[in-house]
Ligand binder design. Structure first.
Ligand SMILES: [Zn+2]
Length: 249
């Protein structure tokens, strides 16, 4: 994982047995080409999470340079919003990186065609789940995003979570406004501050840590509902309230 553009992360996933190498999204050609040069890996695949420009910008250059196979959601391909797609995927499908299975989970909300990829114990979730936050609802409704986040939260707690952006510090300021007394959140905020002061990434995070600290995953927690004065409201209503407050924060 390495920084790209202003606050995106690029990730390369490599299968040593076959030499297959995937870029998760394609945020910036220079950063990805440099990483490939440094590792000596040859890019075979690009797994696209969603169509936003900062996730697909480098596809044409990388495809030209390596002939890499571009995989994107069938939803986005049907709308022509990801360039040069070779293969499409949908919810529940398993594809391969070399010999390694790659599970696809549809996670509509940030966009309606958004998919996440699970490779062994690592989740690549684009702009759906961030550390201490989640993507803005550009296309989906709160109920769709809550369902998507709940499916990611159901992955094993040790799952390493690779997100599309370094937004943790700003997300943390908001998270503290929702749960000022959450001790694990307070400890995470100190850790995040120290990492960022050293210019280090706060990712990958884990599903277990996010379930304990991320307000976007905690709309079903009784203490959070109580703090918001929404004790008898549904999880989706509470999530919509938290996401709305973040938009205005
Ligand atoms: Zn996006």
């Amino acid at each position: 994982m390495f920084p790209a553009r202003d606050d995106n992360y690029a990730v390369l996933v490599h299968d040593p047995a076959t030499g297959a190498t995937a870029s998760i999204d394609a945020p910036e050609e220079d950063a990805i080409l440099d990483a490939l040069d440094e590792t000596g890996w040859r890019l075979t695949d690009i797994f696209v999470t969603h169509h936003h420009y900062d996730h697909v910008e480098a596809i044409p250059v990388l495809k030209e340079a390596f002939g890499a196979r571009v995989t994107a959601s069938a939803y986005d391909h049907a709308r022509g919003r990801v360039p040069l797609v070779d293969a499409t995927v949908g919810d529940g499908e398993t594809i391969r990186l070399g010999d390694i299975p790659v599970a696809v989970i549809a996670v509509p909300g940030h966009t309606l065609g958004h998919v996440a990829y699970v490779i062994e114990d690592a989740l690549f979730c684009g702009d759906t789940l961030f550390s201490l936050g989640c993507g803005r609802l550009f296309e989906g409704a709160p109920a769709e995003m809550w369902e998507s986040l709940s499916r990611l939260a159901a992955l094993p707690e040790a799952t390493r979570v690779y997100c599309g952006h370094e937004y943790t510090e700003a997300n943390g300021r908001f998270a503290a406004s929702i749960e000022p007394d959450n001790e694990r959140l307070a400890a995470r905020l100190i850790e995040v501050r120290d990492l960022r002061m050293e210019g280090l990434p706060t990712l990958p995070t884990t599903i277990g840590l996010e379930k304990a600290t991320n307000p976007m995953l905690r709309a079903n927690v009784a203490a959070v509902k109580k703090a918001l004065g929404m004790t008898d409201r549904t999880d989706v209503e509470v999530f919509a309230e938290i996401r709305g407050r973040k938009d205005r924060f």
